[in-house]
Design a protein around this ligand. Structure first.
Ligand code: AMP
Length: 285
């Protein structure tokens, strides 16, 4: 595995892969890697000839008062994990390269960015799409792999790829969970043991709703209330939203057939998101 720290060098290496006829697979991350990230790397490995993983904690996607400063960073550990899963290039751009003095170009995917997470984290997706567009232009991948864990992000990036005519195949990989159901997340590292126990109510609630759906309940409100009740059965949990939406348009639905239940909840100072695609749970790992 080669580590690259500059945009200029990354461009040269990408160009060289392309000249050799190699297909480039790309997994953008913010580091603090776990099995969820590594599952994306393995998918890229299977599908392409050269795998590039970026680690960049993108300041633009954090709001004021969010956790940018304390976001977990451990590049040496990340590098070792990536090397073991067959990563070819670890790309760690510098902030001053990505956002040079005078940077003033932003990518905004309207409508899709304003609902759900967008309502609670204004500007978040503008930060995500701006950095992902830059990374796409630098790495020039043939295939990019994202996680269903950040379902809204995946929908927005798919729209951006379409709208900006990126010639990139996008793959969305299933959510990887801990054995007890908690969706893996770099932010799980913030959780005290009692908070982690409380946080399990999120995946428990989603599983309950899936089970009700399987046995015939299609009323979106009933399913949403089921998830909410389960989460609020834990005293320390606060809900930002539980929404039953069309998984492509993110518009709320009343009949849950083929819908996605998306959840954002907080425990202590930690904000967690999770979701399930109704009728497709078997696809999850
Ligand atoms: P992040 O480092 O949080 O920006 O995430 C980088 C990529 O990993 C995104 O495409 C996420 O959706 C994906 N990801 C994060 N957690 C998981 C998970 N538990 N399962 C699958 N993909 C994940």
């Amino acid at each position: 595995m080669t580590r690259i720290g500059t945009v200029a060098e990354m461009r040269i290496v990408s160009e060289s892969y392309r000249n050799q006829g190699k297909r480039i697979g790309f997994v953008p991350t913010m580091g603090a890697l776990h099995e969820g990230h590594l599952s994306l790397v393995r998918i890229a490995r299977e599908r392409t000839d050269a795998v590039v993983v970026s680690v960049f904690v993108n300041p633009l996607q954090f709001g004021k008062g969010e956790d940018f400063d304390r976001y977990p960073r451990n590049l040496e550990r990340d590098a070792a994990l990536l090397e073991r899963c067959g990563t070819d290039i670890l790309f760690c751009p510098r902030e001053e390269d990505m956002y040079a003095v005078g940077h003033c170009t932003y990518i905004d995917v309207e409508r899709l960015s304003s609902v759900l997470e967008g309502e609670h984290r204004p500007g978040h997706f503008r930060g995500v799409t701006t950095v992902v567009a830059q990374l796409f232009n630098i790495v020039r991948p043939h295939v990019a792999v994202f996680g269903q864990k950040d379902a809204q992000q995946a929908v927005i990036i798919r729209q951006m790829i379409r709208d900006l005519h990126y010639d990139i195949e996008m793959i969305v990989a299933p959510i990887v969970r801990e054995a007890d159901g908690l969706a893996m997340s770099s932010r799980n590292a913030y959780l005290a043991p009692s908070e982690r126990t409380a946080a399990l109510s999120i995946s428990r609630g989603l599983r309950k709703a899936e089970e009700m759906y399987r046995t015939g309940e299609k009323d979106a409100q009933v399913l949403a209330r089921t998830v909410e009740r389960e989460i609020l059965s834990e005293r320390d949990m606060r809900i930002d939203y539980v929404a039953v939406v069309n998984p492509e348009t993110l518009v709320e639905v009343t009949i849950a057939s083929g819908a996605m239940i998306a959840v954002a909840a907080r425990v202590g100072n930690t904000r967690l998101i999770d979701n399930t695609l109704l009728g497709q749970e078997s696809a999850e790992k």
